[in-house]
Design a protein around this ligand. Structure first.
Ligand code: ZN
Length: 167
């Protein structure tokens, strides 16, 4: 079972893994802030498991270009990101069988934070409870889940297998 840790503990762990990088997303892409659980990667994009999640099975899609606004994202880049997000949502549905998947491009309005970035990215979050609400899912106030190495590896492999079966 993944373990629920407090927001403060998650922030402490993130800081100990990589300090306060200039851009969190670029640092993840460059493997400068700890292990990256990759589901799919090419020259343009990274699809991965974020390591601090409100719901187990959360997938994140990150364009590799350091793009901070939709104005700076070309239609081609966003079409690629959206296609990957759609594929990610389909593997989340296939593997985790959630009641619902949220898909959202959130990010920080306050500059780079320890746990949030201005660099565009898309979250795909599976919901397992009828009581889940965006205000809870997109906040760390109630803590975040982490896995042990085996749990991360197992989840990643299930998604990689599903990805290969999904066009
Ligand atoms: Zn960046």
């Amino acid at each position: 079972m993944p373990t629920l840790i407090s927001r403060d503990e998650a922030l402490r762990r993130i800081r100990s893994e990589g300090g306060r990088p200039e851009c969190l997303m670029c640092s993840i892409i460059d493997r400068q802030v700890g292990e990256v659980h990759v589901i799919y990667e090419d020259a343009t994009s990274l699809v991965m498991l974020p390591r601090y999640v409100r719901r187990w099975g959360h997938v994140m899609i990150v364009p590799k270009a350091h793009v901070l606004s939709f104005a700076d994202a070309s239609p081609e880049l966003w079409a690629e990101t959206s296609a990957l997000a759609h594929r990610a949502a389909r593997i989340v549905e296939a593997v985790m069988r959630p009641r619902r998947c949220y898909m959202a491009s959130t990010g920080s309005s306050a500059g780079e934070l320890t746990q949030s970035s201005r660099h565009l990215h898309v979250h795909v979050v599976p919901l397992y409870s009828a009581d889940d609400r965006p205000s809870d899912i997109f906040s760390w106030t109630a803590g975040v889940y982490v896995g042990d190495p085996h749990e991360w590896a197992t989840l990643r492999q299930r998604y990689v297998d599903a990805w290969s079966r999904t066009a």
